[in-house]
Design a protein around this ligand. Structure first.
Ligand SMILES: C[S@@+](CC[C@H](N)C(=O)[O-])C[C@H]1O[C@@H](n2cnc3c(N)ncnc32)[C@H](O)[C@@H]1O
Length: 322
């Protein structure tokens, strides 16, 4: 299988999984390697034969979906974001949470636990002293059971810790052979296996990190659907963190950039959101009556993001709500 064949294959099948090629452009070789192994397992000569196999065996789409999971993560990934969380967002949330019992955090699509453990380390070592009465509870979810097993084991190669400031690394990890293992006092994360296309973590959260998964790999209409449900689990005033190279889906209501931060948004109160929507509608009506131009049909635009029938049951109308 050549790279060109693999790219053409992925460009054809990803939309059928509710995924988009753009997200896979830089990491597609990992998926191609796995595809090569799958062809060998099935005894198929190439990707054309695999496409025929997919059309015959609908259960194979679920296997293909798994081959497209990208597990890349690191501790303290995008240091500016963790700097903003430590200096601006977490103190604000902890201050607001003083009258409540805990600070509820969700790391969605958490890979092997690098992100939620980073949060636990930053909290315990940099903020706990200032907010001794606030106890964070961190829930982390991912679709990949093997990654979650690694997360629960909590041991990592040195390379996945290279962005973590050395002071934090020394205090939060112990060496076991050539691996660094997170110390017990930071193992305060509850890991759950969940497909974010169908489920959301239980609870109403103060902080949700949803980075480098939904808004990178999912097709636009699925992004919006998944993010609407994610945001519905954020309490008003709570913070949503996305990847630094990602942007929110068009039309996702109820969020505003958190001042002084990058890739972090604050959820508005419901009244503020509906006031804003009223204002936008009024402005839209006024503009339309001035220009006499009809707005484009949103429904039609979204449907066209799914050029094929979706074989996995991930089409937005079929998503199971919790
Ligand atoms: C590139 S990693 C990002 C990890 C982490 N959020 C970060 O930014 O470092 C993407 C993760 O999303 C998970 N993922 C992909 N599709 C998912 C889905 N439908 N439901 C839950 N997790 C999913 C993958 O298993 C993988 O662990």
């Amino acid at each position: 299988m050549t790279d060109r064949e693999c790219v053409a294959f992925l460009q054809a099948v990803l939309p059928r999984l509710g995924l988009r090629w753009l997200g896979f452009r830089k990491v597609h070789k990992l998926v191609c390697k796995r595809l090569g192994r799958r062809l060998k397992e099935l005894g198929l000569p190439g990707l054309s034969a695999y496409r025929e196999f997919l059309e015959r065996e609908s259960s194979e789409w679920a296997n293909l979906d798994r081959l497209c999971l990208i597990p890349i993560s690191r501790f303290y990934r995008d240091r500016g974001v963790f700097g903003n969380l430590e200096e601006i967002v977490l103190p604000a949330l902890a201050g607001a949470g003083r009258t409540r019992r805990g600070l509820l955090c969700w790391s969605a699509c958490c890979a092997s636990g690098e992100e939620p453990y980073t949060l636990a380390v930053v909290w315990r070592l940099r903020l706990q002293e200032r907010f001794p009465e606030v106890e964070p509870r961190i829930v982390a979810t991912d679709i990949d059971a093997r990654l979650l097993e690694r997360a629960r084991a909590g041991c990592y190669s040195i390379s996945s810790l290279k962005e973590l400031p050395p002071g934090l690394r020394a205090m939060a990890f112990t060496r076991q052979g050539n691996r660094l293992c997170i110390r017990p006092k930071f193992r305060v994360v509850e890991f759950l296996e969940q497909d974010i296309r169908k489920e959301v973590a239980p609870g109403l959260f103060d902080l949700i990190l949803c980075r480098n998964a939904v808004l990178t790999y999912f097709a636009p209409s699925l992004q919006r659907e998944a993010m609407e449900r994610v945001v519905s689990r954020l309490r008003p005033g709570g913070a949503l963190v996305i990847g630094v190279h990602e942007s929110l889906p068009e039309g996702l209501a109820g969020l505003e950039p958190w001042p002084g931060t990058r890739a972090i948004f604050r959820k508005r109160s419901e009244e503020a959101t509906s006031r804003r929507q009223d204002k936008q509608m009024n402005r839209g009506d006024a503009e339309r009556s001035r220009t006499k131009i009809k707005p484009p049909g949103r429904q039609a635009r979204q449907e066209s993001d799914f050029p094929f029938a979706c074989p996995l049951g991930v089409h937005r109308r079929q998503l199971l709500l919790p």
